[in-house]
Design a protein around this ligand. Structure first.
Ligand SMILES: Cc1cc2nc3c(=O)[nH]c(=O)nc-3n(C[C@H](O)[C@H](O)[C@H](O)COP(=O)(O)OP(=O)(O)OC[C@H]3O[C@@H](n4cnc5c(N)ncnc54)[C@H](O)[C@@H]3O)c2cc1C
Length: 434
């Protein structure tokens, strides 16, 4: 392939925390970077209407498994961090190091660069506090969690950005994209990448569609960061048929009950505090949800009389480390059933949550239906990728939640940012590929 066609040093597909970090890091090293993003770059309004434009399109932001379990992602600049809850969880270094991936320095850099800290006292809502006090008095090690929040920007009347945070209190990956663009990276939105262009054993470019037409772009390196559901589809279309099998999706349920003497604030922040029961394979946190999701959770389990009690609800989420399994279809559909042992794990957590809620004075306690929020492990390190995140093709890398090699069950963003920094160092020659 002639070098004249290599207009960029790197093409990065997808702008979630994986892709946005690689873009920012390479752009700050003066590399010519092109970012291709399927979704829009519309300013975040934080309104349900903006989010529902994506939720309403089948297969885009809310995907249903054949067992009717909902999997959520965001398709826009910033990826799923536009909807995420901003909780920072430590990286399981030992697990990654078994595969030769050493990212302690990069994760330390990420922590130093981002606004990571537990919430200050006035940001802790009465609901989260009530749950924490109850759990602690029952002997649980229920602690404040680190959050990615610019806490000095916060004001008590700012609603939490469930549908995106227009006040920019919560860090999201769009901020890294903006930094990359400021340093001359190019961003093309509404560009849906279909496949990688291969020349023998090398990747040389990608094909994308936009507004009904097809385009080809070329670069020295191609980095696929289309997320746990998006990346395997692109690799499969490019001939890597093993991508997209035996993945995790971190299933969750919530347990809630009504209290009479506390009311949730408009600025209720979810996942303020919690507990990780590693041996039991799940984590538990307080979990406020927006009105529409509360109504959906309530209607799904036929508690219609509770549909307008959102501000009085104490809610705990249980998120499990699920057994690897299932497949992503060629069109990006999710086929995975919740294994019985994973359902039992969630129910054991739910029983603990009930105890905590009862002790906190909640009445009419019930469980919500199942949901999943961190699909990953579809393009695993040690299987499809080597320890430098490279595929079997030269110049073709993957960097997002799909690379995680084992069952997960934790908020992954810090790890993905660490991996993004790691890959940028490898690509710019500062770190030797293992
Ligand atoms: C409701 C919710 C709450 C969460 N809370 C937390 C939390 O508190 N803490 C935490 O750490 N994590 C949380 N997460 C998970 C976290 O947001 C994701 O794990 C993380 O964003 C995954 O990053 P990624 O780079 O792998 O993919 P994504 O963030 O999904 O980004 C992938 C990007 O690729 C784009 N894309 C997809 N296909 C294509 C294509 N063919 N061509 C071009 N572009 C494409 C998408 O539009 C998207 O922008 C939450 C997730 C959800 C849904």
């Amino acid at each position: 392939m002639e070098t004249a066609r290599r207009a960029y040093d790197a093409i990065i597909v997808g702008t979630g925390p994986g892709g946005a970090t690689v873009a920012k890091e390479l752009a700050s090293r003066k590399k010519r970077v092109l970012l291709l993003e399927w979704g829009s770059n519309d300013p975040i309004t934080g309104t349900p209407w903006q989010a529902f434009k994506g939720f309403g399109i089948p297969g885009k932001e809310v995907l249903l498994t054949h067992k009717m379990l909902g999997v959520v992602r965001a398709v826009c600049t910033g990826g799923s961090t536009i909807f995420y809850y901003g909780t920072c969880f430590p990286t399981p270094f030992d697990m990654l190091e078994k595969y030769g991936v050493h990212i302690r320095d990069e994760v330390a850099e990420a922590r130093a660069e981002l606004p990571v800290a537990p919430l200050k006292d006035e940001m802790i809502s009465p609901m989260a506090r009530r749950i924490m006090e109850s759990a602690v008095s029952l002997g649980y090690d229920w602690r404040l969690l680190d959050k990615y929040m610019y806490q000095d920007r916060w004001q008590p009347d700012f609603p939490f950005g469930y549908y995106g945070d227009p006040h920019r209190v919560r860090w999201d990956a769009r901020m890294f994209v903006e930094e990359a663009v400021d340093k001359s990276a190019e961003l093309i939105n509404h560009a849906r990448v279909r496949k990688v262009i291969l020349d023998g054993n090398q990747a040389v470019g990608v094909t994308y569609t936009s507004g009904g037409s097809t385009h080809h772009v070329y670069a020295e390196n191609i980095i696929i960061s289309a997320g746990g559901l998006g990346s395997p589809v692109i690799l499969r279309n490019s001939g890597m048929r093993r991508a997209g099998y035996d993945f995790f999706f971190d299933p969750l349920i919530t347990v809630c009950g009504e209290v009479k003497d506390v009311r949730a604030r408009v600025s209720e922040i979810p996942m303020t505090a919690g507990l990780h029961l590693e041996e039991e394979g799940y984590m538990m946190t307080d979990m406020s949800v927006p009105l529409l999701l509360d109504m959906l959770f309530t209607a799904q389990v036929f508690r219609f009389h509770r549909m307008f009690s959102q501000r009085k609800m104490l809610r705990i989420m249980i998120k499990a480390q699920d057994t690897l399994g299932g497949r992503i279809t060629d069109r990006g559909g999710v086929r995975k059933r919740l294994a019985e042992q994973d359902r039992q794990k969630l129910l054991r957590g739910a029983a603990r949550a009930r105890e905590i809620l009862q002790h906190a004075g909640a009445k009419g306690i019930f469980n919500s239906w199942y949901l999943a929020s961190h699909p990953g492990g579809t393009v695993k390190i040690g299987d499809i990728l080597d320890a430098g995140l490279k595929t079997e093709y030269d110049h073709l890398y993957v960097c997002d939640c799909s690379v995680i090699p084992e069952a997960w069950g934790l908020p992954p963003t810090l790890t993905l940012i660490g991996l993004g920094k790691y890959l940028a160092k490898i690509l710019s020659g500062e770190k030797k590929a293992p």
